[in-house]
Design a binder for this molecule. Structure first.
Ligand SMILES: CC(C)(COP(=O)(O)OP(=O)(O)OC[C@H]1O[C@@H](n2cnc3c(N)ncnc32)[C@H](O)[C@@H]1OP(=O)(O)O)[C@@H](O)C(=O)NCCC(=O)NCCS
Length: 273
């Protein structure tokens, strides 16, 4: 199975969070909630065993399922993941069963306007879409450098990253934007056009290029392009523990917090049945 990448705020809280004890997300938005949209998990193929994390989005099943799949594929441990609204009714039951709430995320939404004023591009900066394979690899490099050290960021090879992105709903490399400073890749944004809205999947600026407006430049470029393609709004998720100014950046271009959601985890070992 594909493992949703939950390693940073940009990957997505499942779309409809329920405070009730039965579910986290009954209507999966395709950006990350693979468990909801694809039905009961099956063991991953032999070539897909790169992550010890299994993400299942059912409150009643995930811990057991995680253990079953871990056993099936020979992992020593597996972690089940679910999402709940803060203070949700399921919280005590989850805690009682050994789950822990590990991180709170903000879900932000912003209106899009095709006439948004994009900041002036400084002369040494070149902004381009990453439609070719070499450019896409540069986007991957920039994002890996930008996200290194962030909570739960698990580096991926370029091939793995690109394969995961291609599998995401709304994937379109003409919505990938790369800023180069004096010819060197410095910042990147990956946007997607979901059926109902635009989605900002990744935003990153290499540390040595931060604070010069590159992320805002790329973000407004992506937002404007989404608007031109008919999206009225865009959304994104950001980890509340992100201290790199991401939320302020998003708010500065019009995003506002719509709701928060807590990620809960349960780690199971295959030695305990
Ligand atoms: C968040 C991030 C993308 C900002 O990139 P950047 O190119 O430095 O951002 P910009 O220079 O365009 O800044 C635009 C605005 O963001 C805010 N901002 C950026 N960095 C900030 C910081 N360290 N502290 C506070 N606000 C900050 C400011 O509002 C800034 O506006 P200003 O120029 O009026 O001060 C960058 O720090 C980064 O790559 N962080 C790690 C990856 C990450 O967390 N990505 C987002 C979540 S997935």
């Amino acid at each position: 199975m594909r493992v949703p990448d939950l390693s940073s705020g940009s990957k997505g809280i499942p779309g409809r969070l329920s405070a009730a004890a039965t579910a986290c997300a009954t209507k999966a938005t395709s950006h990350s909630c693979a468990g909801c949209s694809r039905g009961p998990p099956t063991p991953p193929p032999a070539d897909d065993l790169t992550s010890p994390t299994l993400a299942y989005h059912w409150l009643a099943l995930p811990a057991r399922r995680a253990q079953e799949v871990a056993l099936a594929v020979g992992w020593a441990t597996a972690t089940a993941v679910t999402w709940q609204l803060p203070g949700g009714l399921a919280a005590p039951a989850l805690r009682e069963r050994g789950w822990a709430d590990v991180r709170r995320f903000n879900h932000l939404r912003g209106d899009l306007n095709p006439n948004t004023v994009i900041p002036t591009t400084p002369p040494e900066v070149l902004v381009d879409t990453a439609t070719t394979h070499p450019q896409a690899r540069k986007v991957h490099n920039v994002l890996e450098a930008a996200l290194a050290g962030h909570w739960e960021h698990r580096p991926k090879t370029a091939d793995r990253f690109l394969a995961d992105e291609r599998a995401a709903v709304g994937h379109d490399q003409s919505l990938w934007f790369l800023a180069a400073v004096a010819g060197r890749p410095a910042a990147a944004v990956i946007a997607r056009r979901l059926p109902e809205q635009g989605w900002i999947g990744w935003v990153g600026t290499q540390p040595e290029h931060r604070g010069r407006g590159l992320a805002r430049l790329l973000l407004t470029t992506a937002m404007t392009e989404l608007a031109r393609r008919g999206c009225l709004q865009a959304a994104l998720d950001v980890d509340t523990g992100n201290h790199s100014g991401a939320r302020r950046l998003y708010e500065s271009v019009g995003f506002r917090v719509e709701y928060q959601a807590d990620q809960w985890r349960f780690t199971t070992t295959t030695s305990v049945r």
